[in-house]
Design a binder for this molecule. Structure first.
Ligand SMILES: *Cc1c(COP(=O)(O)O)cnc(C)c1O
Length: 427
């Protein structure tokens, strides 16, 4: 499969090069040259097929012959080695729990898949690849865990001091081996700026790649769980509405690709917090990127969503077409907290702030009787422990995979300027 740059000023490239480069030389995002529907037979009989079979059928066209079938199946097996349950909340609202992976966030899926691909592509190379990421929380942990002990790959994670939760910090600072955490004296945007500078700095001597949803190997596998969710509710014979808590819009964009592949999804709701660039665009027709605002659903604090350009491409850059398939609503921290409380009171189900924003999106959309709503629960409530415990006045039980990292010792290198990062990368 070939990929082109959405800025159209770079040559087409293979899946391998797209994964190794992360972003095209013209700074555009890579996009697959064609998207062909999967076999109708598979979708009609989806409940008879295993997740692994479905996943291979869905992903194979995006990889082409660049990874042998057996190897790709092995990577897929690793990627989806945990459950993706759809859980009833009340009436026709359900949630797709994406937090049963090793770091309890949906980003595990993309991180595992990308690590598998990168390890394969770099298997005979003398030069190590360095995955460089800035994180405001969940990305760092998922990437650290996904790439731990991946041969030929070093991982360097930048995170803002004091701005990630204690559990998130432990997840990215305690693994050691090929993973290094750099604790930056600054905010997330400072980390992000340093990473961007490094990518265009000709004086950096190592081969750098990104592991955020800009990278096609992080982005595309996220479409798989839309299929797994559909498989679990198809017997209800209802029309399906997905609400996706969105920050950089990679997750929802993968869902839209799933629809292009033939998955019968009636409509998407892109639910956001106060960072309302996309809801405003759909309402008023002007796309105005902004600085990000801090909220309690901080993994979605993004003022200029990097993947929105891919959504535009999927709908031929036509606003009216986008609006036919996607609604987008913004919700305040107050209504998020109130919703967490309401859901808990009514059903005893604990949502994290991101999931609660997803739930609100379904409510605002207004489901009709023949529709079923599925909101994505993108992280386990324990990942946002302080907010959840304080809002609901409950004690959240710490799952074993989290307890394991809490007990380990943090190891991080402090940096406060780009020069320190550069020095670090060049030695
Ligand atoms: C990353 C993240 C999101 C946002 O996903 P995008 O693909 O960036 O839209 C939502 N919730 C949680 C918990 C996350 O970690």
């Amino acid at each position: 499969m070939n990929y082109y740059s959405l800025y159209h000023k770079a040559p087409k490239t293979s899946f391998k090069e797209a994964v190794l480069n992360g972003i095209a030389p013209d700074k555009g995002l890579y996009f697959p040259e064609s998207i062909r529907p999967v076999s109708k037979e598979i979708i009609e009989n989806i409940s008879q097929y295993s997740n692994e079979f479905i996943a291979y059928e869905v992903i194979k066209q995006f990889v082409g012959n660049e990874i042998p079938k057996e190897k790709l199946q092995e990577i897929i097996k690793e990627t989806i080695s945990f459950d993706f349950p759809v859980v009833d909340i009340h009436e026709n609202i359900t949630t797709l729990e994406l937090f049963h992976g090793p770091t309890m966030a949906f980003k595990d899926v993309g991180a595992q898949f990308m690590a598998g691909c990168l390890e394969y592509f770099n298997r005979n190379s003398q030069q190590e690849v360095t995955v460089l990421v800035a994180t405001s929380g969940d990305t760092g942990g998922a990437v650290a865990c996904g790439f731990l002990n991946t041969k030929g790959v070093k991982v360097v994670i930048l995170y803002p001091r004091g701005k990630v939760s204690e559990i998130q910090e432990k997840q990215l600072t305690t693994l050691g081996n090929n993973i290094t955490a750099l604790e930056v004296d600054g905010v997330f945007d400072d980390c992000q700026d340093m990473v961007k500078t490094a990518f265009i700095d000709p004086q950096i001597h190592c081969k750098l790649t990104s592991a955020n949803s800009i990278n096609v190997a992080r982005w595309l596998p996220q479409m798989l769980y839309f299929f797994f969710a559909y498989k679990q509710i198809v017997h209800l014979k209802k029309e399906v509405i997905f609400s996706v808590p969105s920050g950089n819009f990679g997750n929802i964009c993968a869902g839209i690709v799933a629809k292009k592949l033939g998955l019968p999804i009636k409509h998407f709701v892109a639910s956001t917090n106060a960072n309302d660039t996309v809801p405003k665009y759909l309402k008023y027709g002007n796309y105005i990127p902004k600085a990000s605002k801090t909220t309690i659903s901080n993994a979605m604090d993004v003022g200029n969503p990097s993947n929105f350009i891919r959504i535009q491409e999927l709908f031929d850059n036509d606003l009216e077409t986008i609006k036919k398939h996607v609604s987008s609503f913004s919700f305040s921290d107050n209504s998020t907290r109130k919703t967490m409380k309401d859901i808990y009171k009514k059903t005893s189900y604990i949502t994290d702030p991101h999931g609660a924003v997803g739930y609100l999106g379904l409510k605002k959309y207004g489901l009709s009787e023949n529709e079923i709503g599925i909101f994505l629960e993108t992280a386990h409530p324990v990942k946002f422990l302080d907010i959840v415990e304080e809002t609901l006045d409950v004690k959240v039980e710490i799952p074993p995979q989290i307890q394991k990292v809490i007990d380990k010792e943090k190891v991080a290198t402090q940096i406060s300027s780009y020069n320190e990062l550069k020095q670090f990368l060049n030695t």
